[in-house]
Design a binder for this molecule. Structure first.
Ligand SMILES: Nc1ncnc2c1ncn2[C@@H]1O[C@H](COP(=O)(O)OP(=O)(O)O)[C@@H](O)[C@H]1O
Ligand SMILES: [Mg+2]
Length: 251
């Protein structure tokens, strides 16, 4: 923040507590966002006039039919895909104004991502997979922190296993530990239980929500599971690239 107040305040205002949920301070603000991808006849207008504000610490369930643009919307707000029009402010950064290097730094500091298919680095152990983003963020104690994060997701006994030596549920827990380890402002999860059986999926979701609640991380969860979406404070429905509507969840 570069705000300089001219009038002296009577007393110094307390430093804002990190990641306190408040809708007055949106974590994510999208306005007039449009995005087309592909070339010539294959060009598709994917996101259409998206207006979306998400408060710090909110949990949003993003739902909609397959092909409605959910993944693309996540990629845009994670700074992995650039929109053609509109403004995108995430965790205080105007993403349009960042070049590729700045976007990479922005993601490293602010965004944790969990994919349906885990996306772990196969040649690295669980511990190394979780330590990498911490090292990139300049953490001096990356290995110790990675170990603590893996213990939190119940994998203290699997630190030196490679992804191929882990079950799907265990791999997704490593991916979740990796996403949460740098304490990102925003956690985006794209159908994180899509490749897991129901019981395993439930344990991953429990950990996902625990991470969101304990750290105050803003959560955007894409899911086909309506019951799961309802556990979020707010459900946003996409259809054919447009926000079709919103409803309150039960959280
Ligand atoms: N790189 C791309 N080039 C062209 N079309 C794409 C590309 N990525 C996605 N699409 C199309 O955009 C639409 C939305 O895709 P996506 O965001 O993956 O939807 P969802 O996650 O809701 O299933 C789909 O019709 C898909 O085929
Ligand atoms: Mg998708």
């Amino acid at each position: 923040m570069n705000d300089i107040s001219i009038a002296p305040s009577p007393k110094p205002s307390p430093k804002p507590t990190l990641r306190t949920p408040t809708t007055l301070d949106p974590a994510i603000s999208l306005s007039g966002v449009n995005l087309s991808l592909g070339y010539a006849a294959a060009r598709v207008h994917i996101l259409k006039d998206i207006e979306l504000n998400i408060g710090r610490g909110e949990a949003i369930g993003l739902v909609g039919p397959s092909g409605s643009g959910k993944t693309t919307l996540l990629m845009v707000l994670a700074g992995l895909e650039r929109a053609d029009t509109g403004s995108i402010t995430v965790a205080g950064s105007d993403l349009r104004r960042l070049d590729e290097d700045a976007l990479a730094r922005f993601r490293g500091r602010n965004v944790g991502i969990v994919f349906q298919s885990f996306h772990l680095i196969p040649t690295m152990t669980a511990l190394e997979n979780v330590a990498v983003p911490l090292e990139l963020a300049g953490a001096a104690d990356a290995a110790a922190r990675a170990q603590a994060e893996l213990a939190k997701v119940g994998l203290a006994e699997r630190l030196h296993h490679y992804p191929a030596q882990l079950s799907g549920g265990e791999q997704q827990r490593v991916a979740l530990a990796r996403a949460l380890a740098p304490n990102p402002a925003i956690l985006v999860a794209d159908e994180p239980t899509g490749n897991l059986d129901e019981t395993t999926g439930r344990s991953v979701i429990k950990l996902l929500f625990a991470g969101h609640v304990e750290r105050g991380t803003t959560l955007i969860l894409v899911t086909h599971d309506t019951a799961l979406a309802k556990r979020c404070g707010r459900i946003v429905r996409l259809r054919s690239g447009r926000i079709e509507g919103e409803e309150r969840g039960t959280a």
